[in-house]
Write a protein of this length. Sequence first.
Length: 342
Amino acid sequence: MLNCAIVGATGYTGAELVKILLRHPHVRISGLTTRQKEKIPIEQWIPVLPREIDLEARPYSFSEIRRSSDVVFLCLPHTEAMGTASKFLEAGKIVIDLSADFRLRDWKEYEKWYGVKHSGRQILKESVYGLPELYREKIRKGSLIANPGCYPTGAILGIAPLLGRGYIETDSIVIDSKSGVTGAGKKLNPATQFCEIDENFYAYKVGRHQHTPEIEQVLSDAAGAEIRVTFVPHLLPLERGILTTAYLRRKKNVKRDAAAEAFRSAYAEEPFVRLKPEGIFPALKDVQRTNYCDIGFWADPDSDRIIVITAIDNLIKGAAGQAVQNLNVRAGFAEDEGLKIW
Ligand SMILES: NC(=O)c1ccc[n+]([C@@H]2O[C@H](COP(=O)([O-])OP(=O)(O)OC[C@H]3O[C@@H](n4cnc5c(N)ncnc54)[C@H](OP(=O)(O)O)[C@@H]3O)[C@@H](O)[C@H]2O)c1
């Protein structure tokens, strides 16, 4: 049994992680923490769980988690995770960080987009980007796994196979994403209150969303060249799920059916990427509460356009599910252990 702790367990991703780890046959939950001064019984923040599950979030204590745990999941807000990660890494733990703090390789980029000093610069080079479909071999050896952002997960999985094979133009990638409100976390925020979001739909952080450099970093890896994208996120009046549409242009010498072949060969063996037949597109209900990323595409026979649509659950494939997938890769468990959820 692997002893796993969750720091910042009482938020949205923490709750999903608890539920997934409770199903995992090779994991014991060895600690759940909160910033609050009093213990919080599990039924107060995950009331759906059966009463016999006897867990509680305890006030955070580094020494307690260090003593009890082999793996530490950090479900803290970005900027809060970097200091905590450094200490657990130094103590020899495997750290899987769900925040953005270790996703960008260049601390200057981090400081530019997140507006704070990066206090973990010295360990940034140890971090591995936790998208198993692209970086599985690195994850197997990583001790600091930077779990991807929710928007980047859907966008990258939809575009990387085409870029990797040089099938699309690199100067005109447009990514349009729509997310449910849990993507913003549990903290109070006027923009995500019921009366603001109910019956509403709007774009936000246009041209300046902090997931832009993360998408560009990974797509640049896939292309072997520097990639810039236009990324526009939107908020949907829904609890969960992200639907992403990527507008791409096929290169002149590339045949129309090359797109299908690129997706098939990239994802044929992937346990959590499901490809739709060409011209059939995923919906959020197909993936909510699962670790799947569903992908549909259309290569227009009358033009150079390729449209790719992906759907994920932001809290599962976009966060807690992917974190457990990373744990499974790192620990050598079957990749779908704990993740047979639908
Ligand atoms: N929501 C998503 O869809 C999603 C997807 C991918 C990645 N992420 C990332 O995952 C991390 C967690 O996201 P979340 O949605 O679970 O957030 P959340 O619902 O706001 O929960 C974060 C938890 O961390 C604790 N916390 C809050 N502020 C803190 C602080 N200043 N210092 C220490 N602890 C603090 C809180 O618990 P206590 O008050 O009990 O301490 C809170 O419940 C974030 O970095 C987020 O960007 C989220």
